[in-house]
Ligand binder design. Sequence first.
Ligand code: FMN
Length: 219
Amino acid sequence: MKKIVIIDGGPRKGMNTAQMIEAFANGAKSVGGEEIEIKTIRLYELEYKGCVSCLACKLKGSKFTDVCALKDGAAEALREAAYADGLVFASPIYFFQISAQLRAFIERLFFPWLSYVDYSSNPPKGPVPTACIYTMNAPAEFSSKFQNNMNENESVIAKALQKPEHIEANFTTQVKNYDRYAFAEGTAEAKKAYRDAHWQEDLQKAFDAGKRMAEKILG
Ligand SMILES: Cc1cc2nc3c(=O)[nH]c(=O)nc-3n(C[C@H](O)[C@H](O)[C@H](O)COP(=O)(O)O)c2cc1C
């Protein structure tokens, strides 16, 4: 039985990032059926830190070159992610970057695999397929302003594992009822029009990426 682990780096259940994740998972299931288990890990439900630079994973003969030595609320999730056959990193964009929670998790996940002898990455399952899902307020034409940050994130993932597929949803609906919030005039209408025109397409992109990952894994 193969396993895809989806790391949900967003705080909100059932909102944009979570819906894109669900679409990805459904795409993977449509190919993988009973042969691929799909597990979503919600980082905001875990209590953990980023890498504390204990360097236990760099000791000569270290036992911690597969999973981080630090035993906090992320330990089990890190083990599951390290031994997955496919990994998805999903996040809302916060100040032009992935969320701090996801970044902290990535530090803990990848650092043990990095050799300071030759700077190679040695993940326990080898370089498994990866994907990144981002959701953001920015319309597609503005997301190019922080494309560099997403590229940096993806180059870290590519170095540790494989170059990820990039899936992004733009100009997302940020709240369910815009009447209750102070937003610029016309935002609710503009967001609704954009969502009506693009959301199904965005979900389809996530679904298709899920299918492709499952196909890769099943070979
Ligand atoms: C703290 C914070 C910072 C944000 N910064 C950005 C940003 O820099 N660029 C952007 O396009 N959207 C930004 N957003 C909007 C979210 O990325 C967007 O609404 C996203 O789709 C939320 O995902 P969710 O619905 O899964 O929570 C920010 C939202 C929050 C709460």
